[in-house]
Design a protein around this ligand. Sequence first.
Ligand code: BUP
Length: 468
Amino acid sequence: YHQTKPHVVIFPTPGMGHLIPLTELAKQLVHHHNFSITLILPTIGPPSMAMKSVLDQLPETISYILLSPVSLDDQPKDAKGETRISIAMVRSLPYLSEELKRITSSKRVAAFVIDLFGTDAFDVANEFGIPPYIFFPCNANVLQLLLNLSSLHESYSGEFKDLPQPLCLPGCVPMPGTELIPPLQDKKDDAYMWFLHHARRYSLAEGILVNTFVDLESSVLKELMAEKQPGMPTIYPVGPITSRSSIDKDFDDASGCLQWLDNQPLESVLYVSFGSFGFLSYEQMIELAYGLEMSGHRFLWVVKCPAAATIDASLSKQMSTDPFDFLPDGYLHRINGLGFLVPLWAPQIQILNHGSTGGFLSHSGWNSTLESIVCGKPMITWPLYAEQRMNAVMLVEDIGVAVRPKPDENGLIGREEISRVVKILMGGGEGKSLRDKTRKLKEGAARVLSEDGSSNISFLEVVDKWKQ
Ligand code: BUP
């Protein structure tokens, strides 16, 4: 082998929430530890703009291969995201195998890294003698749940959503069954079967890198890292791994939102965004619009079109692709000065880092949550899908850096309730104590990543193993 740098192959599940932390992991390995990396990317359709811009900005030492898109046309329309993603990963394995054959003919590959839904690829990595690892882009409470899922499945025959008591796993925040990841709440759904399948295979990994840190989840990390069970992977808490700057230079402030922030008072603006997959119903979007206005606080809102199925067919703008078309009449004019709206996508890291930003109304995806904590901004949690409800419970009840609005009996969060939580977060009293706690966590995040910090030490352990 004519190589000087150790090589790692990364095989991410489709989706920005997976690609972004895995490319950050790749960058750290390349910039600080002299690795070279190949990202092998399964795809379902043509790459999105956001994905393209991440890939365009990769340094030379990170190469990427976009695999041929796999077809999911044979899947029912209502197949859950987790099912679709898992099937896409399985269907990409023959392509993966070809690429690994090519790469291993000229390089020794030190490790093969997947995230949540790529466990079927372990078999391919093993064929080539490459040790398999998981980068877990969620927190350690969620990891503990998945590591225990198989035994929970066997010991409890009912639906988890009907659990009479909150689930209390070792070291974890007590979790009501109704807050668990939605696919775990319906054992008859294929998505449940896929979760169980992957969770059972997590033990086949040599190690699991978790994007969390001790200040956030000390008790569950203690459990997971205590005496290693035979046959179980080593757990490495290496977080927070987050982007340093927003992912797309071309998008950067095309809307002028950063310039607008420059002219607002210190910590006065609430940043509002529901992530790359988060959509509100039309009715909910209207309540949010009025709620933000009613709060009287400044806000910067990344507006997306509402979920198509929820738009009243009689609405003239039903087919519009301009998200602003769905706002209440005269809204843009009324909020002028108080609110700034950005369509679709905003430079999130720069916004969260900005001194004028005082809080984040977020869907509580784990990447967005870590980014908010790293920037020291407290949150309003508005979970929508995946493990976000679990994140919300942790953030509100255990970590204490967020408030959570209460939906009415129909699941709608009304404008008064929205205005109430915005006033709490952006005001004194409870808001101040949330800000203080988040600031402490920001310091903690910097500490664990410093030279003798716990996450850095865990990271170095993995790196040393891969360099051997
Ligand atoms: Br939307 C948006 N700008 O406008 P997810 C997202 N991002 O920079 P998460 C922007 O995309 P889940 C935008 O900073 C994050 O690093 C954001 O966002 C960036 O992931 C990344 O998909 C991915 O919302 O949620 O927060 O982990 O994975 O649960 O969907």
